[in-house]
Design a protein around this ligand. Structure first.
Ligand code: NAD
Length: 420
């Protein structure tokens, strides 16, 4: 029985169902499993800001520490008009599992402000970020909870967060957030790390399936930080990005879209449309395109049962968090489509966030080649561990990753014990 009724919370309920699927594989650790089914701490804050015209607006903010058994909470901050506490709880829980799957010394956290940032001016966005940071300042910190960018937040937002936090402490605390600008203690290679990690995970899993990525036809939903960086990595490896869908439309090109041109156009105009590469298709045509690999890199719940029944792809690599509904996941499995789960496929971002945190602690910064090399090693090791669990237990890659992640968290929980 949960202490709060979240019966309308799709993402959180699907996380709970996923944990339940691991219980037959937990052995004596099952005694501790309830730990994973409740957030350790969930904070809801009021974020009032003065608009440029002098009026006052209030927004709801959240920060959730799902679990801190393996270390401080770690996870991004998103600004989105549909964010809810239960969604943030699920996102924080997925971070707990992800950090454990890739072996980072972190628990899981996540935060959000329920706002459409496109409707704020730059100065309003800065005031919102600073006010939200102050409201959660007593639960974040370099050894307590380390936020990072997520949907609609970026290095500039992290710089404001770091500055606001530093003002509360009277000293610079660069390790309080990751994904910062390089000049403020950010890490080389962080910006593209999640997308590059999506590519690495796809490469490692296809290799274990006895396949390669050369000339593979790829569709990407969401051409933001993760989607565009993944597109560049796939294209560099010889794959063809034949279809892209973003918030305002979709594009197709049989020979492969010009990813560099598209990235520049999106950065300059905010849209994928009108760049001159590819032809416009409908959102429905995007899902029906003749492709080998699908990379959802937008938001949760995008691959529904209907889409799962009809997609051509034989491989889905989850750049986004929670993009596949549980019903769709079962259909994909039944159809023999391999799904590389989010907790593995998009872990590149938090891995390089970890590297940034380590560099900040020692004030000694690495070359980009070193960052990328270490990212490749860590993610390859994690793919290997998940693949072995998949073979050992005869389960999907998602179930295998959860078995691995849940076990690691619960082992830490058991070793720490309870304060009696
Ligand atoms: P972003 O804001 O940079 O990009 C998201 C993109 O998706 C935008 O271009 C937006 O227009 C598009 N989009 C949003 N809703 C859409 C819809 N319904 N249909 C089509 N396109 C839509 O965000 P991001 O940082 O790239 O994050 C994308 C996903 O990856 C999220 O699920 C996030 O949690 C996950 N993720 C991000 C990171 C990171 O380091 N940024 C790390 C791990 C996971």
């Amino acid at each position: 029985m949960s202490f709060v009724d979240y019966s309308d919370a799709d993402a959180w309920l699907s996380y709970l169902a996923q944990v339940d699927r691991t219980t037959p594989f937990l052995g004596s650790l099952v005694r501790w499993v309830e730990t994973l089914k409740r957030p350790k701490r969930a904070v809801v804050v009021d974020v009032p800001i003065q608009r440029d015209d002098g009026t006052i607006d209030h927004f709801e903010g959240y920060r959730v520490h799902h679990n801190t058994s393996r270390g401080p909470a770690k996870g991004g901050i998103r600004f989105h008009q549909d964010a809810t506490l239960s969604e943030v709880m699920a996102l924080a829980a997925w971070m707990t599992i992800k950090n454990a799957v890739v072996g980072l010394p972190y628990g899981g956290g996540k935060g959000a402000v329920r706002v459409d940032p496109a409707k704020l001016s730059r100065t309003e966005l800065e005031r919102l970020t600073r006010r939200y940071t102050i409201e959660i300042a007593n639960i974040i910190g370099p050894d307590r909870d380390i936020p990072a960018p997520d949907v609609n937040t970026n290095a500039q937002v992290m710089a404001w967060m770091m500055d606001a936090y530093a003002l509360t402490k009277g000293q610079v605390v660069s390790g309080v957030v990751t994904g910062k600008p390089i000049e403020l203690g950010g890490s080389l290679g962080r910006k593209d790390a999640t997308g590059e990690g999506v590519y690495i995970a796809a490469r490692e899993i296809t290799a274990r399936l006895g396949q390669g990525l050369d000339n593979q036809k790829i569709a990407i939903q969401g051409f933001g930080n993760v989607g565009s960086a993944a597109a560049r990595s796939f294209a560099q490896a010889g794959a063809r990005i034949v279809a892209v869908q973003d918030i305002d439309g979709a594009l197709f090109c049989e020979d492969g879209l010009d990813v560099e041109l598209l990235s520049r156009h999106k950065a300059n105009s905010g849209s994928i449309l009108g760049s001159g590469t590819g032809t416009e298709i409908t959102r429905e045509q995007f899902w029906l395109a003749d492709i080998d690999i699908l990379v959802p890199a937008a938001i949760e719940g995008q691959i529904t049962a209907n889409i799962a029944r009809t997609i051509e792809a034989k491989l889905v690599v989850e750049g986004a968090n929670g993009p596949t509904t549980p019903e769709a996941d079962a259909i994909l499995t039944e159809r023999g489509v391999t799904v590389v789960p989010d907790v593995l496929a998009n872990a590149g971002g938090v891995i390089v966030s970890y590297f940034e945190w380590v560099q900040d602690h020692s004030s000694y910064f690495w070359r980009e080649a070193e960052v990328r090399h270490k990212l490749g090693q860590m993610l390859t090791d994690a793919c290997d561990a998940v693949w072995r669990a998949h073979l050992e237990h005869g389960v999907t890659l998602r179930d295998a990753a959860y078995i691995l992640g849940c076990r690691r968290v619960l082992e830490a929980r058991e070793q720490r014990g309870l304060y009696l």
